[in-house]
Every structure is written in structure tokens, then in C-alpha cells.
Design a protein around this ligand. Sequence first.
Ligand SMILES: [Fe+2]
Length: 235
Amino acid sequence: MIFRQLFDPTSCTYSYLLASRRGGEALIIDPVLARHTTYLQLIAELDLRLVMAVDTHIHADHITALGKLREVTDCVTVMGERSPADCVSRNVSEDELLDVDGVKLRALFTPGHTDESFSFVMADRVFTGDVLLIRGTGRTDFQNGDPYASYDSIFNKLLRLPDDTAVYPAHDYKGWTASSIREEREHNPRLQVASPAAYADIMNSLNLPDPKMMDVAVPANRNCGLLELPPHDSR
Ligand SMILES: [Fe+2]
């Protein structure tokens, strides 16, 4: 299998390119608009064909490449069923399977960081978006985030995956690249809590500034990162 973890240093976003190799079909998770030419170059160099682009949630810190990649490659764009981005071609619900040439991802509804966040589970790894980060968790103070939903998604869904499941988040700010469910259960400082209320206390006292790009990124990402709305066809 081809698996590439791609990094956008401006927003500290990880994107993931996956392909089984058989027919050369590829999918990408959480692509960043500013990096789209790099992805397309890599995809061409690996002799792959992009057929699917997935966002785990509406990002607030960068503009998604979903719309641009669809424009260029005609790939299917995917988000969870509660996403406000009406532009995506496919909305997945809990337990729905995405299958690209034998690369199978199961959709897992994991709200908390936002109210529409999904994680995507493979046999040996999980793409957690921003709900579970490495030694951290995604903030819950905007985009209808909810620390109690985050607790429930993490403790009652993600941490119930097999211990040795690799964890690949959508961001990292400290240089971590991957983790495992066991590692996060044992060593993630925010998860060493006795109750949902204790977790909510931590999340409610983070006092983080808003992401710099939030006012631009959120509206753009509701339109798949295409800043200008397509011309209205009134025929
Ligand atoms: Fe996020």
C-alpha cells in the first residue's frame, strides 16, 4: 500500500495520501489548498489517479483543497453527513464504508471539536481529524464544539478501537507524526481524567486565541475551499 503523510507547515496540518496500487486509484484526506500542486505532482510521480478527497470536518485554520482537487481531477469529494458544506459530492454516515481500490475506510461520527467531525478507520489505523490529537485533543470552543461530545467521541468510540491501532491526526504542533490508541489512553494528558466534567473543565479553561484564518477559512470551506461561488445557472 502507498501511504504518505504530507505536512503543511503554515497551518501544521497533516494530509494523507493512500492507494492500494492495484489500479492506481488514490484518495487524500484533509488536503490543504495551498499545497494542492504538490499533491498533484506527487500523485503524477507515483503514477496514481486521484478519485476521492475527504475532509474530516470544516477546518478553521486553512482552506481545504477539496473543491480545487475535484476541479482538476474530477475526484469525488466526501464529508460527514452533518457537514454544512453542500458542495461535497458524497456525505457519509456512521459505519459507512469508503472503498478506493481496496483501501477501505469506515466512517465514525466523532463530534466534539466540531459538531460534524468524522474519523475514518482502517484495519490498522485511524484518521482522527482534530478530535483526538497526539498528546492533545482538538479545541471545543467554536464551530459548535462541545467538550462533552469530544469526551464521548474519544472515550466511547476512539479509545475502544484496538490498542495498537495507529493514530493519525489532522494537526500536530510539536513534531509528533503518529501515535497509537494505547499511547493516547496512557499518556495523553487531557485523557487522564475521572469524568466527562473533569475533561470539560480542562477544555473550557484553555483560553486559546481564534485561528488567524478562521474568518476566511470557515466560509470558504463551507464551499469546499472554492472562494468564489460558481456562476448560478438559472436555466
Ligand atoms: Fe479543526
